[in-house]
Design a protein around this ligand. Structure first.
Ligand SMILES: Cc1cc2nc3c(=O)[nH]c(=O)nc-3n(C[C@H](O)[C@H](O)[C@H](O)COP(=O)(O)O)c2cc1C
Length: 215
């Protein structure tokens, strides 16, 4: 809770390099996040090259912290992870029997591809949110500040398809790999007073039924 309370989005970073071991630990936190039946429909690309960060900043509607940070984690939604072959692999590894896996793949409630491509996209992005949270909290535990960058052009927003394609090609991504979001990382340039603006506890948390406050 201490880490959660002190974490806030920081957009001005010091010119100080984050050690590789710390970056690895942050990325590993993402890898260890939970996901739907352990599908792990994600990939993470660590970007530190100034030229690539510049391109990512463009993708993020010109946001300056994307080029001024030490590193960017590009979070990829990997739609192919739901393909029968890949999905079976993780379930087999979990110890599930082949017949049970085949059965699961006939049930729309358990196997999102049966509900169409849009559902797969939503479910894939959904998985990433947990990994992103894990990485941000691990970063904060090392006093590395971060900011999620969601205002980007990709297959969902279609803000600038040409630029999206250029970035995807630079990062070596295929059609089933979507840049879902990014995380900027760095040491903060100057201490920033904590400014956590949130809805009140009783505005968003209820007991048993909407409208009933918790004791
Ligand atoms: C899905 C998502 C997308 C976001 N996109 C951006 C963004 O593109 N640029 C940015 O500077 N901050 C972005 N943020 C950060 C939010 O503005 C920030 O988390 C929110 O205002 C709460 O402030 P705090 O993180 O300091 O507690 C995003 C946050 C989330 C969860």
């Amino acid at each position: 809770m201490e880490i959660i309370e002190k974490r806030q989005s920081i957009r001005k970073y010091a010119q100080k390099v984050i050690p590789n071991e710390v970056l690895k630990s942050i990325l590993n936190a993402g890898r260890l996040a939970p996901s739907w039946m352990n599908v792990q429909s994600w990939k993470f690309i660590l970007v530190r090259e100034p030229e690539t960060k510049e391109l990512l900043s463009k993708l993020a509607c010109g946001q300056p912290h994307v080029r001024n940070c030490d590193s960017v984690i590009v979070c990829i939604a990997d739609m192919a992870a739901w393909d029968k072959e890949n999905f079976s692999k993780v379930l087999l590894k979990k110890g599930m029997k082949e017949s049970a896996i085949e059965n699961i793949m006939t049930m729309p409630g358990y196997y999102p591809p049966l509900l169409g491509e849009n559902t797969v996209k939503l479910r894939t992005i959904e998985q990433l949110t947990y990994a992103v949270s894990y990485m941000m909290l691990e970063a904060e535990s090392h006093d590395i500040k971060s900011c999620i960058i969601g205002a980007i052009s990709n297959e969902l927003t279609e803000l600038n398809p040409e630029l999206s394609e250029e970035v995807k090609s630079k990062l070596g991504l295929n059609a089933k790999e979507i840049i879902a979001t990014m995380i900027t990382l760095g040491y903060e340039a100057e201490p920033t007073p904590l400014n956590k603006q949130r809805k009140e506890f009783n505005e968003v948390i209820f007991s048993e039924k909407i409208g009933n406050p918790m004791d």
